[in-house]
Write a protein that binds this ligand. Structure first.
Ligand SMILES: Nc1ncnc2c1ncn2[C@@H]1O[C@H](COP(=O)(O)OP(=O)(O)OP(=O)(O)O)[C@@H](O)[C@H]1O
Ligand SMILES: [Mg+2]
Length: 247
């Protein structure tokens, strides 16, 4: 399978007046086309930092990141990426339809086809009834749905999601899982962080576990769930692994 995303020895240090924080150290990871990769780790492990580095929203102190074989600041490569941030902070005085039209414009989509696409996306993420409601009236979960629709607007070849199911009700959560599977069935790649281990277990081909800025595991989900012939949950595996690191 062709490499879609490559992180090579990535290091990030946040510099502060009082002290520096090394958020990532020597992070190397390769994601293949068509893979669904779950990025796990305790709070503060460095998942969002990694995702921001992939997006070129922060610049690593060390290492390099390639998207579709090109440096991650390449516009051509970035046009093929969809991103759902951890905290959706969109213009509250716009409706989802208006916001999505703005994002479609960033990708140069003609208005007529953009409006058609937005109609379908609002339906898909469960926002059909609220497409023309100002977002200032939205709950957290409703904003998450807008955010997911925004990430899908350009039919991305890689979808990067930072905790996509956080704040969603169980039905909406299943819907996100279905959307991720649909994206995969189109041969596309999904990289997402999550604390919802039961979801990750169901949907991911492979998981990576980050701890204090270092990747301590990268393994297929099947191998983790059936290691040494024993059946266990990802939650058990994850908690055992992290507890061993933090006795
Ligand atoms: N802008 C910043 N300035 C300084 N330190 C930061 C900054 N952003 C994050 N950090 C620190 O970097 C570390 C990694 O944070 P990050 O947000 O990447 O974690 P995370 O794995 O996404 O956690 P969570 O599961 O809570 O979302 C933490 O120790 C955090 O305090
Ligand atoms: Mg985070």
């Amino acid at each position: 399978m062709k490499s879609v995303l490559l992180l090579d020895n990535v290091g990030v240090v946040y510099r502060g007046a009082a002290h520096n924080k090394e958020a990532l150290r020597g992070l190397s990871l390769e994601i293949s086309g068509g893979e669904i990769f779950g990025f796990l780790g305790p709070n503060g492990a460095g998942k969002t930092t990694t995702i921001k580095a992939i997006l070129n929203l922060l610049f690593p102190d060390q290492g390099r990141i390639l998207l579709f074989g090109e440096p991650n600041d390449s516009v051509r490569a970035r046009r093929r990426l969809g991103y759902m941030p951890e905290l959706a902070n969109y213009y509250w005085y716009l409706t989802p339809r208006e916001l999505l039209l703005m994002y479609a414009g960033f990708f140069g989509m003609p208005k007529k086809s953009a409006l058609k696409k937005i109609e379908a996306l609002c339906e898909r993420v469960g926002l059909a009834a609220e497409a023309d409601v100002l977002m200032k009236f939205f709950s957290k979960g409703m904003m998450q749905k807008v955010s997911l629709a925004q990430a899908l607007i350009n039919d991305p070849d890689i979808l990067v999601l930072d905790e996509p199911t956080s704040g969603l009700d169980p039905i909406a959560r299943i819907n996100v899982r279905d959307i991720i599977n649909e994206v995969k069935s189109q041969g596309k790649t999904v990289f997402f962080s999550s604390h919802e281990l039961s979801e990750v277990e169901l949907v991911c081909d492979r998981v990576g576990i980050l701890h204090e800025g270092r990747l301590i595991k990268s393994e297929t989900t099947a191998a983790i769930l059936h290691e040494k012939g024993q059946q266990r949950s990802l939650e058990t595996y994850f908690t055992d692994l992290i507890m061993k690191k933090n006795p």
